[in-house]
Write a protein that binds this ligand. Structure first.
Ligand code: FAD
Length: 412
């Protein structure tokens, strides 16, 4: 069957609702965030008929810190979008982390920022340019059908037919619940952010564990041209579970943390504070996939966001790459049993990377430990390099957060 014409692929124009061709698709992807668009790009590039659906028209806003770390940048490179994203992004000099006692430690590495409004649009454009089709519409169900699966869209009577499907609906699990998947009602974390314009110049990502928002942290992420993404997140404790209100934590950060005070004294808020849940630590693997029914899930829908820091763009993209690899094989050979390897593949390829962040969450949520690690990291190039190794994924996280590493930091 001939491929349907890709929808508009110009770089900056809004992506419009094309009329949905009546075809049997190889894959339908639900959700055009980083997970869905990355999967779509790789599958379309492999020659498959790919339909990407999202309930929002693009460009669309996504509440996020807009920070890109090493894993996301490498995914962009593998997708062939590195140069385009780099040209749009704001490169930073590094990461500065403030401990509860006010000590700060600088880390070097790959750090960019790019507003999600633009990032997700560029990723979707990349998928469309690779040959995927995009249609804005809210999916209300995905089930087994004649061709493999059928996807129902709000307001459309005939279901969309496909040989397989991937759910990449992010932290909002309402579609998955409607499909009968069990999912916890409370998320792993909640976070809020707003945009600020200020005269002061900050050239690093700033992360602050100053105590005003423990067991979480606050951030100031420069976006370039005096714009900042400022926010805070509460990890491991959802508001309502006896936790303080996130808005109160945010206000106390703005009033209590000197750099934030200065930022606001010489600036103004450009947007209201908006919040969103996070789903972390691979919490949804394997319960949110139905390989036997040719339905996989990727990204925050299966909890790919890192615990403790809430960085999730890169791992959402990586899970999409892994799903794309298995779907490609199944579509080419028409043998579907390989999809059942997906949960195991996620565990093998990604689990270790979460361990460092889970350990960091346990260690650094105790202020005295956070202060000790900061003190040692300032004095010890060995410890600083080990912590940088977690961020750029060259170090084994089990070794870094260990008493042995802290002891060695007194020698090296
Ligand atoms: C405040 C905050 C700050 C953060 N900061 C960072 C950061 O600085 N760096 C970082 O790497 N990560 C950050 N994250 C995490 C990051 O936002 C997520 O990990 C990432 O967006 C996950 O990508 P995804 O593709 O899985 O889901 P999303 O990006 O959430 O995309 C899901 C898509 O699915 C669509 N959808 C949902 N349901 C349906 C449906 N029924 N039908 C059709 N479409 C549907 C949605 O419209 C959406 O476009 C932050 C999160 C929060 C809340």
């Amino acid at each position: 069957m001939a491929h349907p014409e890709p929808t508009d692929s110009r770089a900056d124009s809004p992506i419009s609702s094309a009329s949905l061709p009546a075809a049997t698709w190889d894959v339908v992807l639900v959700g055009a965030g980083p997970a869905g668009s990355t999967t779509a790009l790789h599958l379309a590039r492999a020659g498959h008929r790919v339909l990407l659906l999202d309930r929002k028209s693009f460009p669309r806003e996504k509440v996020c810190g807009d920070g890109l770390i090493h894993d996301a940048i490498e995914c962009a490179r593998r997708a062939g979008l590195y140069d385009e994203l780099k040209a749009a992004a704001h490169p930073l000099d590094g990461l500065r982390v403030y401990a509860p006692n006010g000590l700060c430690v600088d880390f070097s590495g790959d750090f960019w920022t790019l507003e999600r409004l633009r990032l997700d649009h560029l990723l979707l454009r990349g998928a469309i340019t690779a040959g995927a089709s995009f249609f804005p519409g809210e999916v209300t169900g995905v089930s087994q059908g004649d061709a493999g699966v059928q996807v129902t869209l709000k307001g459309m009577t005939a279901p969309v037919k496909a040989r397989s499907a991937l759910l990449a609906t992010g932290a909002d699990l309402s579609l998955l619940r409607r499909m009968g998947f069990t999912a916890p009602s409370s998320p792993s974390a909640v976070a809020m952010r707003c945009y600020v314009q200020s005269e002061i110049e900050i050239r690093r990502l700033v992360v602050c564990f100053d105590g005003s928002c423990l067991p979480g942290y606050a951030w100031i992420f420069p976006l370039g041209q005096g714009r900042y993404n400022v926010g805070c997140g509460l990890f491991g404790l959802a508001p309502g579970d006896g936790a303080p209100s996130l808005q109160a934590l945010f206000n106390s950060f703005l009033e209590g943390f000197p750099l934030a005070r200065e930022l606001m004294a010489k600036g103004e808020r450009l947007s209201p504070l908006k919040g969103s849940p996070l789903r972390c630590g691979l919490e949804g693997v394997p319960g949110r996939c139905r390989p036997a029914a040719r339905i996989l899930a990727a990204g925050e829908a299966i909890g790919t966001t890192f615990p403790f820091t809430g960085e999730g763009i890169g791992k959402a993209m990586e899970s999409g790459e892994l799903a794309a690899g298995l779907l490609d094989e199944a579509l080419r050979t028409d043998r579907w049993d390989g999809l059942s390897d997906y949960p195991g593949l996620l565990e093998r390829e990604l689990r270790l990377k979460y361990l460092g962040y889970q350990k960091a969450e346990r260690w650094l949520s105790r202020p005295w430990v956070a202060n000790l690690v900061a003190r040692r990291a300032i004095r010890s190039p060995f410890l600083r390099a080990a912590l940088e190794g977690i961020l750029n994924e060259t170090a084994d996280p089990r070794r870094v957060f260990s008493p042995a590493t802290i002891l060695l930091s007194f020698l090296r």
